[in-house]
Design a protein around this ligand. Structure first.
Ligand code: ATP
Length: 232
């Protein structure tokens, strides 16, 4: 089984406090994996370690068997959408797609991004700042997918969206993944939004991995762990 992400005894601390501790997990390639946990559990820290933005203080993280900090060829395989979709608000989707092409020359699929946004009815010539939050999230997703990543990391992509936009985002994501071989790891503080769309689950709590495995097998265990309200 090929692993998209693998961590061993991974730890990160800020000052004297550990944001992530003794983290051992595996994300099999080809899955849509949910990284679930309450605020402060360490989700962002884990994603930042996986994309090489942070250096581990203990253990190691591998993306397709390689250290993400090894260099551009590893990073070229990873798409990353940070929390709060930092799309440059002054620019239109069309401009952002052109800019992305200059940064990611060889792998960039501008037509894919344009087609995705056209299918969603997102105007290409409107500044991103004037789009709705749901549309901005879709622009960020289309840009990340245009890089044709083997691994797509999404940090709380639906947290600030209304229920309809959440559903639309998850549908767009599932459709995109079905057409490619991209592995997805996305974080959320609620499992309920992801239960139907993700097939692999990692639960983080208090800086530690509490559960990991196939969603079908773990949803009940997660409810027991966090209580029925937190999972719904
Ligand atoms: P949220 O959903 O609120 O973003 P999270 O699960 O993503 O939470 P992290 O952002 O990884 O959690 O934070 C884990 C812990 O590390 C928290 O206690 C947080 O306060 C702390 N932390 C995160 N970044 C820093 C930093 N730059 N400096 C100090 N402490 C930090």
């Amino acid at each position: 089984m090929e692993l998209a992400v693998e961590t061993r005894a991974l730890g990160k601390r800020y000052g004297r406090s550990w944001a992530l501790r003794d983290c051992a997990l595996e994300v099999p390639a080809g899955r849509i994996a949910a990284l679930v946990g309450p605020n402060g559990a360490g989700k962002t820290t884990l994603l930042h370690l996986a994309v090489g933005l942070l250096r581990p203080d203990a253990g190691e993280v591998r993306v397709f068997g390689r250290d993400p900090r090894d260099g551009p060829s590893v990073l070229a395989d990873i798409g990353f959408v940070a929390q709060d979709t930092p799309v440059y608000r002054d620019f239109t989707a069309a401009e952002l797609i052109t800019m992305g092409g200059k940064l990611n020359r060889r792998r960039w699929d501008a037509a894919l991004a344009r087609d995705r946004l056209a299918a969603l009815g997102i105007p290409p010539d409107k500044p991103a700042g004037k789009l709705s939050g749901g549309q901005r999230a879709q622009v960020a997703l289309a840009l990340a997918l245009a890089k044709r990543p083997r691994l797509l990391l999404l940090d709380e992509p639906i947290a600030s969206l209304d229920p309809l936009a959440r559903r639309e985002f998850m549908q767009a994501l599932m459709g995109a993944v079905a057409e490619s071989e991209t592995t997805v790891l996305l974080s959320s503080h609620l499992l309920a939004d992801l239960e139907r769309s993700c097939d692999y689950l990692i639960v983080l709590q208090a800086s530690r991995v509490q559960l990991t495995g196939a969603v079908d097998e773990l949803v009940d265990a997660h409810r027991t762990l966090v209580g029925p309200r937190a999972g719904s």
